[in-house]
Design a protein around this ligand. Structure first.
Ligand code: 5GP
Ligand code: MN
Length: 350
């Protein structure tokens, strides 16, 4: 019988073997397709945009691919190379529909559940094009013609890096491609503070810096480039809205549309706020409730074994990772908080 200590290594080997097969298949499909649409999820973050722009830059001038998002790219990522190539359903509906109509291959990046495409999920699912996926979320949908999905990888951008390294015998990863991947890794790991316990993440970053990434520039553009209303909104949330309950190990805040308007809110402004709620001693689970026109957006973060993916899936029409997940609530904020307070104790773990 194998010793238990060997098990994780054996599982790693099996995943690697499986990924190698899927990588070969994905490469084959990508290189034989004529019209490829790369897409990522709604409320796009740095990883979603990083994955798309890694492919956009890598194949720039070589293949004329399309890159789509259900929502516009948030302001804090618009500096990224070739960001203007991304079509979104608000600003470019006609071009985007045409791209889907003529596509013979759809590439899902940083999501596997087509529901995460929101307004684009129907056009994605009903398309006759072949479908492939590169992701690091727990699998909820696996009907792909090739699928690379490992949940313990820092980011989908790191998986895209591995994939493009495999394609790089034709041409090496250039500075702009490297910058897109680097941004995806840095944003999805909270500047290397979580989901980055594997040496592969650091090897990737070394190679990306060697390819020309200016880490300080990326940091400035992503984290030090907000309008001051955003900083004031952060102050308001932390001072006036945050509720911490160390006895029950949770913290949360809720914010209304009226309050967001007061601070000239734009998409992406609240990225990272929730980490301040989780920063508190004895807090194992943090939640934010952000009112939107048609729903309440819920973000969840946790420490250790406290599983917010389960909480998001079981109560808030969402999902994500064990320590970072999100969802939506279609009634009012008050009832979302009521439900949260009713069930949260069941999810807190040591
Ligand atoms: P955030 O709180 O930053 O919006 O999302 C945190 C994590 O949860 C991300 O990995 C994101 O992909 C995932 N996530 C956010 N919202 C949803 C959702 O509505 N459904 C699912 N399945 N995952 C989500
Ligand atoms: Mn991601």
């Amino acid at each position: 019988m194998q010793s238990l200590e060997l098990m994780p290594r054996m599982i790693d080997c099996m995943i690697e073997y499986q990924n190698n097969l899927q990588t070969l298949r994905l490469k084959e499909l990508l290189y034989s397709a004529k019209n490829v649409v790369f897409c990522s999820h709604s409320s796009p973050d740095g990883d979603a945009v990083g994955c798309l722009l890694a492919f956009a830059n890598f194949f720039d001038g070589i293949k004329n691919y399309s890159f789509v998002l259900p929502d516009p790219c948030p302001e804090f990522l618009r500096w990224m190379p070739l960001c203007d190539r991304i079509l979104d359903s608000h600003n470019n509906p006609a071009e985007l529909n045409k791209a889907f109509e003529t596509a013979d291959l759809l590439v899902a990046l940083d999501f596997n559940d087509p529901g995460r495409l929101k307004s684009l999920s129907e056009i994605f699912l009903s398309s006759n094009a072949l479908k492939v996926c590169i992701d690091h979320h727990p699998l909820v949908y696996d009907k792909y013609d090739a699928l690379i999905c490992t949940v313990n990888t820092s980011s989908a951008s790191e998986l895209v890096y591995q994939f493009l390294m495999d394609c790089s015998s034709d041409h090496p990863i250039d500075k702009n491609t490297a910058t897109a991947i680097y941004t995806g890794i840095i944003t999805d790991t909270g500047s290397l503070s979580f989901s980055c316990n594997h040496p592969s993440t650091y090897s990737a970053l070394v190679n990306l810096v060697n390819a020309g990434v200016d880490g300080a520039y990326v940091h400035t553009m992503v984290f030090d480039n907000y309008p001051c209303e955003r900083t004031k909104l952060l102050g308001y949330v932390l001072n006036d809205k945050l509720i911490v309950n160390p006895q029950r190990h949770f913290a949360y805040y809720a914010i209304s549309l009226e309050e967001l308007d007061r601070f000239a809110y734009r998409d992406g402004y609240m990225e990272g706020f929730i980490n301040y709620a989780l920063n508190n001693r004895n807090v194992k689970l943090a939640a934010s409730f952000v009112e939107q026109n048609d729903r309440v957006r819920i973000s969840l973060r946790s420490k250790g074994r406290t599983d917010v993916n389960k909480l998001a899936m079981e109560h808030f029409n969402g999902g994500g990772h064990v320590n970072a997940s999100g969802g939506s609530w279609y009634v009012d904020t008050g009832s979302a908080i009521e439900l949260f307070l009713e069930v949260v104790d069941n999810y807190i773990c040591d």
